[in-house]
Design a protein around this ligand. Sequence first.
Ligand SMILES: Nc1nc2c(ncn2[C@@H]2O[C@H](COP(=O)(O)OP(=O)(O)OP(=O)(O)O)[C@@H](O)[C@H]2O)c(=O)[nH]1
Ligand SMILES: [Mg+2]
Ligand SMILES: [Zn+2]
Length: 365
Amino acid sequence: MPHEDSTSGQLEALGFTDRFRALFAPYADEGLVPARVVRADKGFLAIATAEEVAHAKVATKLMKTAEDADAMPAVGDWVAVRADAELEVPLVEAVLPRSSAFMRGDPGRASVAQVLAANVDTVLIVHPLDREPNVRRIERELALAWDSGATPAIVLTKADLAEDIEAALEAVGRVALGVDVHATSIVDGRGIEALHAYARDGATVAFIGPSGAGKSSLVNALVGEDVRATREVRATDARGRHTTVTRELVPLPGGGVLLDTPGLRAVAMWDAEEGLSRVFEDVEAYASECRFRDCRHELEPGCAVRAAVEDGELPAERLESYLKLRAESERASAAADVRAKLAEKREHKTLAKTIKRYYKDQKGG
Ligand SMILES: Nc1nc2c(ncn2[C@@H]2O[C@H](COP(=O)(O)OP(=O)(O)OP(=O)(O)O)[C@@H](O)[C@H]2O)c(=O)[nH]1
Ligand SMILES: [Mg+2]
Ligand SMILES: [Zn+2]
């Protein structure tokens, strides 16, 4: 059927792989259609099906079963949608299991994770070269990116304004072990072409990084058209105004999907133990030589990590940064545990109530 071919091609361009096709199969039997969330902000949801981009709502059933905020549809999610003609808006009934999820701590609620982007293949961590690179922030973003299940790469923008590109690349290279680092400029075009490779074969590329770093500018450069608003960063307003306010999927003409995000003032750490191990491979490499197998590299005797710092083999800032992010990650993880226990308790209570009511009804009736 030619019709079906053309529409399934549309979904593939949006990143609908065989994996998602298989995950979706049971929903097809229920008469639902597959769609990708292209925007999700404060209750507003927009999805792309094979046919159209439409405003959608979360079905009450999903709302009730999604205990945690991270189970609700986030931008980049593949969802099963009921789009019957009699419905005013399509209803999202299920979120397909994610291949990756970029999470951060919810700034409003300490123990809650927020999914900033789902089903991302590459996370591009974007920082500008018109100032010294903030390597501490890069480490944090790298940890979250690795932990998401996606592969990170770093893009240093505004190379045309850089004072010393080599020094910046070196500083970033020291904290971005095993990660590609690009220098780009939308003014002279350098480095942009290389970024296209990440979006090949329907892959999804997310842009994260501080406000004013040039994320939306990169999206525009890759699309070849100004699809995203960008804005001058005023010198007097060092914090930068946020130009991008929505997280949004932008399909590339040749296939592949870009996910632009608003610059975040702060990226709260989430439970990202595995990601931290990836980022701090250099620190953890010494850990096997520590006297105690469970050494925390704090005050224990015979700590090989601290010894490496004292010998000048490992920069002290690296260890400091590692310990700080590990503490944040552990706090987030502990808080999440407490929350899970409370939720469990609540569930038991309601179950007990239901059972009581059942017996009462039995007696009464
Ligand atoms: N000179 C120079 N300026 C750039 C470059 N890339 C972006 N800019 C400028 O930097 C400013 C901010 O760019 P945006 O793309 O809006 O930054 P953003 O990261 O999307 O910012 P938010 O949406 O607030 O998170 C704009 O004025 C851009 O024109 C570059 O390579 N060179
Ligand atoms: Mg932007
Ligand atoms: Zn140690």
